[in-house]
Design a binder for this molecule. Structure first.
Ligand code: FAD
Length: 511
């Protein structure tokens, strides 16, 4: 077995792994990033079918901002010198509820005042309570900034004096906070449209993470890269190499080697042993502790007990359509649609446990942000839905194609009916990413694309506060959707940045 030595080995080139490797390499650590796929990015990628280049995952990226008002992610990208052409997403969302008794069709803008004004138009009398909601969201955002800066070691006096409302609401769900603020029901339905981005219904979803996400979207808007999320991944890869780091593809890390409670190296499926004291892992924690960590049986058992109490988030299903008409010709006027069979997101969450014929849908028409993203006279439509646990258990080699095509057909029919458009005649290319696809190409555990669910007890705040206790093995830290920032592009990148910096700090203390 051949051997090499690095200061730090990063397992997986998803958003978290790329960000971590760029951070440690920028700090001068001898960094090796190992990715099992032949491309960087995990879900942050692109693929081509016929004359269309599709975005596999990203609807919109939070916390980027623009020149003069960069968000945390935007600042991080700038510090690394990443060259990315950002395009603003035109509106927050259009939400269409199709149930005949609940029918709703609203289009909400970015901008805090604009959003509150629009809400007042749709729900007269909502202004005061919705404004109070966003004031609270702002305090949450400031408090999270403080917690992040304190690296899991906040001053309790500062928390109680400056962020008391944040502390009061930290263990509450979105529904509990909205009800306490007496927000009218219809306004709550509209406010909660983004719930599917976090994949947990608002009765269980931690307010902290939802509030922080919403206020960031409204204050900074959302952005996408001009050349699909692959553009971001390539920019990261370039930065890592420019800072002196190494990246290898088509290589899977099989074991994380531990001796006396500390990391000593990794082995790969190419028969190589790499010596290191620091491993940053972009694979899920329970996969690492279940299959990869070797030489720490007692610690593994304790860690696995903790991870097993968590719920793994939704499995992804995405249908990608290349259409031979323009968005305008097809009547697709908006960039981001949520088409929900009902406003009751608890019912929607529960419906994810089965493959019904009317799934909720988060839809993007990329041409409405980037008109020339597909050839002249064409457009692209991407439709995402989520499933839970056993919903795909009966799918096998025999019925797989039929199952995935049936869902796509249902989706097309539902879009046509909800938006009163005709797209079925215009489909030139069509592709599906099923839970199996995500499991295969990004090593997504059970096809899950959303890390661990961010329920109140396991949401952003508890995870941030537990960061210090999270170190089961010296030198092994986690980044990405299953880590302390929860899932999402910006969370993945920022988790990588924080963990990269902490790893660098550890390495200095060893000297
Ligand atoms: C359809 C879809 C739509 C989404 N929309 C949005 C959105 O609009 N906005 C948003 O913010 N987020 C969105 N997300 C969520 C976001 O994409 C994820 O939270 C984020 O990309 C997860 O990043 P990660 O760091 O966990 O890495 P992942 O993307 O999970 O990548 C992990 C990487 O590690 C590699 N790997 C794993 N194990 C090993 C090993 N043993 N050896 C070597 N390599 C290994 C994998 O191959 C993979 O490349 C979406 C996701 C999907 C799928």
């Amino acid at each position: 077995m051949s051997e090499r030595t690095y200061d730090v080995v990063v397992i997986g080139a998803g958003n978290g792994g790329l960000a971590a490797a760029a951070t440690t390499a920028q700090k001068g650590m001898k960094t090796l990033l190992i990715e099992q796929h032949t491309l960087p990015g995990g879900y942050a990628s692109s693929f081509v079918r016929g004359r269309f280049e599709f975005e596999p995952s990203l609807h919109e990226l939070c916390d980027v901002g623009k020149e003069g008002e960069w968000g945390a992610c935007g600042t991080f990208f700038k510090d690394l010198g990443l060259d990315i052409e950002w395009v603003p997403v035109p509106e927050a969302y259009r939400m269409v509820i199709t149930d005949k008794d609940e029918k709703l069709d609203v289009k909400m803008p970015f901008g805090l005042n604009e959003y509150i004004d629009k809400m007042e138009e749709y729900v007269p009398g909502s202004r005061e309570s919705v404004t109070n909601f966003f004031d609270l969201c702002q305090e949450v955002l400031d408090a999270i900034g403080y917690l992040g800066a304190s690296k899991g070691n906040p001053d309790k006096k500062v928390l109680t004096s400056k962020y008391s409302n944040f502390l009061k609401t930290a263990s509450y769900s979105v529904d509990q906070v909205e009800k306490a603020l007496k927000i009218p029901k219809k306004a709550r339905d509209i406010l909660n449209a983004y719930w599917c981005y976090l994949g947990t219904d608002t009765e269980k979803l931690g307010f902290t993470i939802y509030g922080a996400m919403m206020i960031k979207f409204l204050l900074l808007g959302a952005y996408i890269p001009k050349m699909r999320s692959h553009e971001i991944s390539l920019a990261f890869e370039k930065a890592i190499r420019d800072f002196g780091g190494d990246v290898i593809y088509g290589t899977k890390v099989e074991k994380i080697l531990v001796e006396n409670g500390s990391v000593v190296g990794v082995t790969t499926d190419k028969g190589e042993k790499i010596n290191t004291k620091h491993v940053i892992c972009n694979a899920p924690r329970h996969v690492a502790f279940g299959n990869m960590v070797e030489g720490a049986d007692e610690i593994k058992e304790k860690a696995n007990r903790e991870f097993n109490s968590r719920k793994v988030g939704g499995k992804g299903y995405v249908a990608y359509f290349g259409l031979n008409k323009t968005a305008k010709e097809l009547g697709l006027t908006d960039y981001s649609y949520f088409i929900y069979p009902t406003v009751d997101n608890k019912k929607l969450y529960n419906s994810m446990f089965e493959r019904g014929n009317n799934p909720m849908q988060a839809i993007v028409c990329l041409n409405n942000a980037i008109p020339d993203c597909s050839p002249p006279g064409t457009s692209m439509l991407t439709v995402t839905t989520l499933y839970k646990d056993g919903a795909w258990d009966d799918v096998n080699e025999t019925n797989y194609v039929q199952v995935k095509n049936k869902i796509a057909k249902d989706i097309v029919r539902n879009i046509e009916s909800a938006l009163n458009v005709k797209i079925s005649d215009a489909i030139e290319e069509y592709s599906v990413a099923s839970p199996q696809t995500f499991a295969r190409y990004a090593c997504a555990y059970d096809g899950s694309i959303y890390g661990y669910e961010s329920e109140t007890w396991d949401s952003l705040l508890p995870r941030l506060l537990m960061m210090k206790d999270d170190l089961y093995i010296n030198g092994l830290r986690f980044v990405g959707g299953f880590a302390f920032r929860c899932h999402g592009y910006s969370s993945g990148y920022m988790s990588g940045n924080t963990i990269g910096l902490l790893t660098y700090k550890d390495s200095l203390e060893e000297k």
